[in-house]
Ligand binder design. Structure first.
Ligand code: ZN
Ligand code: ZN
Length: 335
């Protein structure tokens, strides 16, 4: 009888598929890797062969340079690729541009490695696609019942109300360079903000990459100018690391905003000196995690990282055997 652990099993390098001889999102250099998405804890440089979506390969090339792996193979969403006896299909995860779940099939057994995912609409990438499976392998970054993310349109409306209320001030939004920054820009466009959005230099290359892949970000300009007052009433997007340093002093009396799922924890916002916390996350919250497991009703739930215990207990209560893998090395870029 075939057991799930014969197809995928946790190792220090990451989840290993013995019959296909590859790792999913390995945290150390390995001969063969399948990479779910471009965030640095999942996509690392130095592997032999890398299989990923074309967008993810493009992101890795942008971040690490062209020689980030000995060889690469692009698989479009839905395209089945053979790895020895194993069939691998990448399907949308709804997390960031190019993000995928790895669907691994072998001898009638289907296991889905979700990578990072969310269930709500994101204007920068296709929606998460549920795939019936024997074993669903989920993240649990926000795997506690206290984590409930509000509607992102309401968060953007709060930001725009603040801009109207303080026309003499600038608004600087801390947002991670891959995914969050572009999603915020798209959400602002959808909310009717058609003015030039100023961006920190560290975001320019990934913004350009998103635009190349068809995500229309509208008019953008570098956040540099001789005259401080030109930034009054403007929106500026910057990586969180730039928020506290000298860079932010060029703006007039800036309102510090920060877009992250962690902003639901007010103490974290205060610690970072965030005046306007925006609860916008690229991860599933508690309701999305449990709704996904309930929808899929897998034979088993494995949980890779995050707040594993509460989700495992929830699954047990709903008659789904669950196992916490406690994989290390997946520090969320948002933390
Ligand atoms: Zn991620
Ligand atoms: Zn992650």
């Amino acid at each position: 009888m075939i057991r799930p652990q014969d197809l995928l099993c946790p190792k220090p390098e990451g989840l290993y598929c013995a019959p296909g001889d590859f790792y999913v999102d390995p945290v150390r250099p390995v001969p063969r890797a399948v990479v779910t998405h471009g965030h640095s804890d999942h996509a690392r440089a130095g592997h032999g062969a890398v299989l990923a979506t074309p967008e993810t390969l493009d992101i890795m090339g942008e971040r690490y340079g062209a020689g980030f792996a000995a060889s690469t193979q692009a698989a479009a969403y839905g395209e089945a690729v053979a790895r020895d006896d194993v069939e691998v299909t990448l399907v949308p995860a709804g997390h960031v541009l190019g993000s995928a779940q790895a669907v691994v099939r072998w001898k009638g057994l289907t296991m889905v490695v979700s990578g990072d995912y969310k269930r709500r609409r994101d204007p920068t990438c296709p929606a998460f696609e549920p795939v019936p499976c024997d074993v669903f392998i989920s993240e649990a970054t926000f795997g506690l019942p206290v984590f409930r993310h509000p509607d992102d349109r309401e968060e953007i409306a709060r930001l725009l109300r603040s801009v109207t209320q303080f026309p003499e001030r600038s608004h600087i939004i801390g947002a991670y360079a891959l995914g969050k920054a572009q999603r915020i820009i798209r959400l602002l466009r959808e909310a009717g903000w058609d003015r030039t959005i100023h961006v920190h230099g560290a975001l320019e290359r990934l913004n350009a990459l998103y635009a190349r892949h068809g995500v229309d970000l509208g008019p953008l300009a570098p956040a540099t100018t001789a005259n401080k007052r030109e930034f009054a009433g403007q929106i500026i997007i910057a990586p969180p690391s730039a928020m506290q340093d000298r860079w932010s002093r060029r703006f007039p009396d800036p309102v510090a905003a920060f877009a992250s799922g962690w902003m639901q924890i007010r103490a974290r916002a205060r610690q970072r000196g965030v005046e306007l916390p925006l609860v916008i996350s690229d991860h599933a919250d508690w309701d999305e995690l449990t709704a996904t497991v309930d929808e899929l009703r897998p034979g088993e739930l494995w949980i890779t990282h995050g707040r594993e215990e509460a989700l495992a207990r929830w699954a047990h209560l709903h008659d789904i055997p669950a196992r916490a893998l406690a994989l290390v090395g997946y520090e969320d870029e948002e933390e």
